[in-house]
Each structure stands twice: as C-alpha cells, then as structure tokens.
Write a protein that binds this ligand. Sequence first.
Ligand code: AMP
Ligand code: MG
Length: 531
Amino acid sequence: MSITLRPIDHAIFRNTFVDELRGEIAPDKRPRPVPGACYSRVGPTSVSNPHLLAWSDDCAALLGLSRPAERDAAVEVLGGNRVTDSMKPFAARYGGHQFGNWAGQLGDGRALSLGEIEGQDGAWWEIQLKGAGPTPYSRRADGRAVLRSSLREFLCSEAMHWLGVPTTRALSLVGTGDTVVRDMFYSGDPQAEQGAVVTRVAPSFIRFGNFQIMAAQGELDNLRDLANYTIHHHFPELGQPSEAVYVAWFEEICRRTAIMISHWMNVGFVHGVMNTDNMSILGLTIDYGPYGWLEPYEPDWTPNTTDFGQRRYAFGQQPRVAMWNLMMLAHALTPMIADVEALKGGLELYRVTFNESHEEKMLRKLGLTAQSEADAALVEELPSCLEEAEIDMTLFFRQISHLAATLASESGSEAALFGEFIAATSYAASPETQRLEEWLHRYARRLREESEDAGSIRATMLSVNPKYVLRNWLAQGAIEGAQAGDLSALHRLMGVLQTPFDEHPKHEELAQKRPEWARTKAGCATLSCSS
Ligand code: AMP
Ligand code: MG
C-alpha cells in the first residue's frame, strides 16, 4: 500500500500497547515503583527551542513521512513539545540484569513512545522519543539526553541498518536549545552540555526486561498478557498462544538473537552494555550507548569505561553474554511453561544458529563458497592471527577482497604482497606477522580451489566486507562539529554510511586506519554510560 507522504504531526497513531495492556495514568512524573503496570501514561516535557539537526530520509520513506523544516509543527512533535490527538504517549516498565546483577525496576527513564504509525510497507512502527523528559522510571536522573550521545545513537542506528544488521532505526535528531549537566566520566567534573532528542523507530521496543520485571514481582497476569500481546502483534506466524507456542516463541527469540550477534561479530560492533534491559525481544540491536567498533582486532576490547575491570561486554564475550541473557529470559518465562526442560531447546538453538551463521558469514567474508573440510580451521584461526599482528578488522577484510582476485589466479608470488598488505592494515610498528603470513598462504591455496572465477569472488567479497563503518573517531568528529554548530561532518558521514560497500573515492579518509590522536582520546577510545 502506498500512502501519500505526510508530516508526523498529521500522521494517525494507533496505540496497541496502551489499549491492550494494563498500565497507569501517571498522576505525576516523580520516580517511583509502579507495581502492576506494563507502562505509565506520561507525556513529554517541553523544551525551549526544538530545531532539526538531522533527518534520515531512508527511515522517513519507510514511514511515509515528509521531511520537516528546521523549525515547524513536525519538529515540535519530534522535540516533545506537541502531542497530537491520536497519540497516547507512554513509558514502558521493565527491569533488568545490569552487569550480571538483578537491578529491579528500571523502565523508560527518558524514552517515551508516542504510539505506532503505519509505514509504506503496511507494517506498524512504534515511534519513540529519547531524551524527552522525566517519567516515573527516571530514578535519580533527569530524563534528558545530551547531543553527543544522541548523535551517536542516531548515526549508528542508521549505519547498522545500512550494513544489514537487525536494529532499531532512527528518524530524527532534534536539538532542544536547553543544556543538560553531565559528569562524562563520573570524575567529579560536571559540565553543561547541549541537549537533544532522538526519534527512534522499531516494530516494538519491548525488551527481555519487560518480562523479567513481571516474573520477578510475581505479576503473572501481566507476564502472560504481555507475552500474548507480543506474540499476537510481532510473532503472529506462531498462532494462538499456548504452552507449546510459548516454547516456540522462546526458540524464535533465541534464533533471532543468534543472528543479531553473528552480525555484530561480522562487522566488529561492540554494544558495550548488554544488560538484559538492553536486549530487544525482536532480536534488534537496541540502546546505543557506549558502543564502539573494533579497529585493531582485539576480542578483549570494550569502549565502556564502567566495564574496564571485568570486560564482561567486550567484543569476544558478546556471543556468551547473549546466551546468559537468554537464560535469564527463559527463567522469567518459566511461570508460563510447566515443561521447563523444553526451554533448553531454545538455548541449544541459539548455540547452533550462532555457530552456523557466524561461520557462514565468515566464509562469505573470505570469498569461500564451495565447502572444504579445512575451512572451519581457517575461520577459527584467523582471529588470533589478526590479534597478534594488530590488524584493523574492517581494513583487513576490505583489502583482502581486492587482493583475492590476484591470490586466486596466481601462485607462489604472494610473499611480497603480504608484507605490504600487513603493513597497510596493522597498527603495530613491527607487527608479529609469522602466523598471519602462514594463514594467508593457506588461504591463497584454498582460494585457488574455488570453482568461481576470480572476478565474482571479488565482487561477493566487496558486497559483504564494508569499506566504511562508524569508526569511533568519525562519530567523535561529527559530534565536535555539531557541538560547534557545524553539521557538515555528520551529513557527510550519513551520506557515505548509507552505502558502506561502495568505494566513494572522494571520501577515502573516512575509511582510514584510526589516526594516532584517537588511540586514547575520550569519545574515541573510552566512553561511559553518562549520556
Ligand atoms: P541505559 O544504561 O541507557 O540503558 O539506561 C538504564 C536505565 O537508566 C534505563 O531505565 C534508562 O531509562 C535509565 N536512564 C538512563 N539515563 C537516564 C536519564 N538521563 N534520565 C532518566 N533515566 C535514565
Ligand atoms: Mg537501556
């Protein structure tokens, strides 16, 4: 179905979450426990000067929305200053395990859903403002978000989508004209920063934690109603809810989570805070906070300073942590499922799906189509070779895509090529290359067994190994520009990241190795949850 484009203030919203589930009309926005509720009906708090900073035409096209002017009625909606008649704004109640510990009620402390609008694709999309003011779930915080973290969420949501990674989307970034005080590294140095609101878009923002809070507080009616709601609207192919359907639903959540994590591992994305309240029930990447992108290949790397001691959410831990999070979800679902053993099937499916999906993606990244027995070993040994030689992950796969055609057609002449290749992709002054070189020789031999012609191997590899990812220092450059009123770096990045597999010869410097100045710089090497 095709809808004529309309501004968001003219869109008709439906409100299934509010209309079909138990919640409360929030009499005030003071933080408090809200037992018995799936949500609190609470509206945004106005800001002084909402103005559009960035807009995703791609996301807007999906929703059938027209682009607003810098300041107009649509921007009033996106900044939280206007609620139209068909919206029933709400903050969802959820809990979660944070860094392995049960944290009790958390909830949308600064996010507010306005309701859902019908997209051009006929699907319904929930529209959520992040940073739109306090809710009953704001705990000790202000319900606001700073420009730097909002820009990071806006840009990364869209960049991930364009890479083909399951994710929530972002429609707009709106400056509020107000300042927000944050102590960026919790070091006793609070600063006034510019505030912003991101408009996020997803079929739903329901998290593992929405179910966990119900189970933890013995609200079994809410648990079941929320599960039935989720299945009805988001997993309709599973049919009418029953115990068997709950088990099948959990399996599907496990499967989708496995696919999502395999995508992260495939592009070098580190989420940074994989608490169970940051895990989408739809298997989407959600809540972009202190995330980062691997540059030197380092499984133990995380950008999140809060996690520097434990490294619980480091790159290489992500597959295991997702499994742990699924176990916590399974535990929350047990009141609805008498045959608890049945849930183990989902966890096993997670393991198998992740392994298969990961291996399949890695083989494609390496341009290997015909299965050979030795391929699993090639895939398995590559990470430690890359780590030892301190190789940039994105550059490695991109450059090897260009090299593959030569390797597949020649033999014996690789040694000189490899030296150059490693020097161009390594961060080490004198990299330890012996294992990587051996690996490359084996890989070259293996490529020559492929029946595909060299040209099509190269084309496949270039279509799965991005040239451009949202390197940490690129996001930081866009932030510093935007803070100074210059949005050109942000818009340039948006343009390039929209087609990350294209060459964009004019933008080569956005595909460079991390510059030395960014190695230890705040915002590039280190990030916190302060946002
Ligand atoms: P996060 O670490 O961003 O996933 O947030 C964890 C919890 O803290 C969620 O319940 C958030 O809504 C809440 N939260 C984070 N920042 C703020 C803020 N500035 N104001 C209110 N609540 C917040
Ligand atoms: Mg969160």
